[in-house]
Design a protein around this ligand. Structure first.
Ligand SMILES: Cc1ncc(COP(=O)(O)O)c(C=O)c1O
Length: 379
């Protein structure tokens, strides 16, 4: 028997894709995070941040959790809030799908839709800054602050990365994931570069995001991208970055639903396209672990809706052979991401990041948690 739904977070499967991956190529394995109870990888960071806050006395019984999220992290917090009895307020934006809004409400979260764009053409800064203001106004509130809180990447360092290595018996050639707050890529790349430095780390971003440098512009892939390089991500740990267009990401996700029976969202479509590209240049004994951060149900009104796709000017049907051809044509955006990093230390002040987050970060930076805990992680 399981004591709480929250104990089912993690231990997600690694899945092969035999209909899309040729036998003479590197073996692609999808880390399928849809099996988390909140339906995405974000459950892992959310439970870690909430329980660390409880442990440190930052979140007390009867408290309110306030967070900026385009969907998945908010849903995870809403689920955790419902299970633990906290009030949850989530600040979303017009890109948040109707399915995600409905899910937030299912768990009893209060939702605020922020419609004002920031100077990067996205909603991240306006959402974060309003969340910080609300946290100052509401008594007994806690801001997990996934974008600036370094516990976000620590969560993945301690759980996701270790799980992947154990599932692969420590034999991985390439690891691929998408980036927004940098929690996943930051934590997993730190772990792999520490304990398996030969693994190639690939970051996947949206065309229009500035995480790996370049101009900010608008894009439609939910959950991915940012107008700057997040502090949760150490670019020195990333070997290569790809930027994927909306159309490429959406078409790839649709093709995997039809060709493998695997539902995934657009950010995972972007990663899967890069995985197909890299597999074509590797040998069968080499493994490519590709993060599939969520399932596809929450994108039924958009990605899986033919009318919506046509409105975007995207085709509705494309077979896996055409996707494989598209993958072959991909070129990396950067083969040395640390040279194009776009860190913005000024933002903590202008967005009024809470003192509690800054104190937490100083503490994490001061102690080298890798060295301190290495014996626990490698046992
Ligand atoms: C579906 C999906 N993919 C990828 C990401 C990026 O993850 P991270 O914020 O850990 O960089 C997110 C973040 O919200 C997401 O929801």
């Amino acid at each position: 028997m399981i004591a709480s739904i929250l104990e089912t977070i993690g231990n997600t499967p690694l899945i092969t894709i035999p209909n899309s991956n040729r036998a003479n190529e590197g073996q692609v394995l999808f880390k399928y995070e849809r099996y988390n109870p909140g339906g995405s990888i974000k459950d892992r960071a959310a439970i870690y941040l909430v329980e660390e806050a409880e442990r440190r006395g930052l979140l007390k019984p009867g408290g309110t959790i306030i967070e900026s999220s385009s969907g998945n992290f908010g849903i995870s917090l809403a689920m955790i809030g419902a299970a633990k009895g906290y009030r949850v307020i989530i600040l979303v934006d017009p890109k948040t799908t109707s399915a995600n809004l409905a899910l937030l409400k299912c768990f009893g979260a209060e939702v605020i839709v922020v419609t004002e764009k920031d100077d990067c053409g996205s909603y991240h800064k306006t959402r974060i800054s309003l969340a910080n203001k609300l946290a100052q106004e509401i008594d007994n509130s806690y801001r997990p602050d996934q974008c600036f809180n370094l516990l976000n990447s620590e969560a993945h360092y301690k759980s996701t990365a270790r799980e992947i290595m154990a599932d692969c018996s420590n034999k991985i050639t390439v690891f691929i994931t998408a980036v927004s707050t940098g929690g996943q890529l930051g934590g997993i790349s730190k772990y792999l570069k520490t304990f398996a430095p030969e693994v190639q780390i690939i970051g996947v971003d949206a065309v229009g995001s500035a995480i790996f440098g370049g101009q900010s512009d608008s894009y439609r892939i939910p959950g991915i991208g940012l107008g700057w390089t997040p502090s949760n991500l150490n670019m020195a740990h990333v070997d290569r970055a790809y930027k994927i267009s909306d159309e490429q990401a959406f078409l790839t996700a649709r093709a995997f639903a039809r060709n493998e029976g695997i539902l995934m969202g657009p950010s995972s479509g972007a990663c899967a396209l890069v995985a197909l590209k890299l597999a074509q240049a590797l040998q069968p004994e080499e493994r490519i672990v590709c993060m599939v951060a969520d399932g596809g149900e929450r994108y039924i009104p958009t990605l899986f809706n033919d009318e919506w796709m046509e409105q975007q000017g995207f085709p509705t049907n494309i077979d896996m052979e055409a996707i494989r051809g598209m993958a072959r044509q991909l070129q990396p955006w950067s083969v040395c991401p640390s040279t194009t990093a776009n860190y913005r230390t000024d933002l903590t002040q202008s967005l009024e990041v809470p003192e509690s987050t800054l104190r937490m970060n100083s503490e994490l930076l001061a102690r080298d948690f890798v060295e301190q805990n290495s014996s626990i992680f490698m046992d």
